[in-house]
Design a protein around this ligand. Structure first.
Ligand SMILES: [Zn+2]
Ligand SMILES: [Zn+2]
Length: 255
């Protein structure tokens, strides 16, 4: 039984065959998923999925790439949705210096506001960090994000950065890159992360694992991530499934 802690099943890439993709995931043993709504368009589609399927949870937040589009009232909208029984986290939120679609100061403000909301509501946060490791950690520390906790999704930083996130009580989540032959850093990081602090995810339809790299990613492929994790950790697939299920339930305070 696997838990894909970060997926975008509402993405238009699945418009033709969403039902089949979900059915295939279940066949692969993926029994729990968190769909991420991250802006004005994807929050409603995420809520719809969470309301349609028992095993799909929702996270809602404002993505750093979309920070510039956040309007007065949107934070209140997110707050209201957090009362919904299927909403388990605020996210994905954070910083993205790769695409640079929103100015840094706006990204920082929107990130900080959502951390404060998460603390107030006692909700975990899902962090998106692309090429912004130092600033993400600095803001998490300055805002005392250890009070709400959460997960560093599809973590791409060094062990040194990972260690600081672990010290703040965050979980570290790994996706498709773990399966790439040349991805030395995430493998090294996972080898060092304690067994009770890592999660697995797909971030589908993006970041497709080997051997499907270059094609659309889907939630069922989280099994490939789990297999790669098992090899790195010297565990079997069943053990990784058990551990990551337990970790995800603790991180998102389920059951
Ligand atoms: Zn992300
Ligand atoms: Zn995502």
């Amino acid at each position: 039984m696997l838990f894909d802690t970060h997926t975008h099943l509402d993405a238009e890439q699945f418009d033709e065959d969403r039902e089949e993709v979900i059915a295939r995931a279940l066949e692969q043993g993926v029994t729990q998923m968190i769909n991420i709504g991250f802006n004005r368009e994807t929050i409603p589609t995420t809520m719809k999925l969470a309301e349609s399927y028992d095993f799909i949870y929702a996270a809602v937040g404002w993505h750093p790439q979309d920070a510039i589009t956040m309007q007065p009232g949107d934070l209140e909208w997110i707050e209201k949705l957090c009362a919904h029984e299927k909403v388990v986290a605020i996210g994905e939120i954070g910083l993205d210096y790769y695409w640079d679609t929103s100015p840094k100061d706006v990204q920082h403000r929107v990130f900080r506001e959502q951390i404060r909301l998460a603390k107030r509501l006692n909700m975990p946060i899902v962090i998106h960090d692309r090429d912004a490791h130092e600033d993400v950690v600095r803001i998490l520390r300055e805002e005392h994000a250890e009070e709400c906790g959460g997960v560093m999704h599809c973590f791409s930083g060094s062990w040194e950065i990972a260690k600081q996130c672990l010290d703040l009580g965050f979980y570290i989540s790994f996706g498709g890159p773990l399966t790439f032959k040349n991805a030395r850093v995430p493998k090294e990081v996972l080898a060092n992360v304690p067994n009770d602090r890592f999660l697995i995810e797909t971030d589908s339809p993006y970041l497709t694992p080997h051997p499907y790299r270059g094609k659309r990613n889907e939630t069922g492929y989280v099994r490939l991530v789990a297999e790669a994790a098992a090899e790195i950790k010297g565990l079997n697939l069943e053990e990784v499934a058990k551990i990551t299920m337990k970790n995800a339930q603790a991180c998102f305070r389920l059951g």
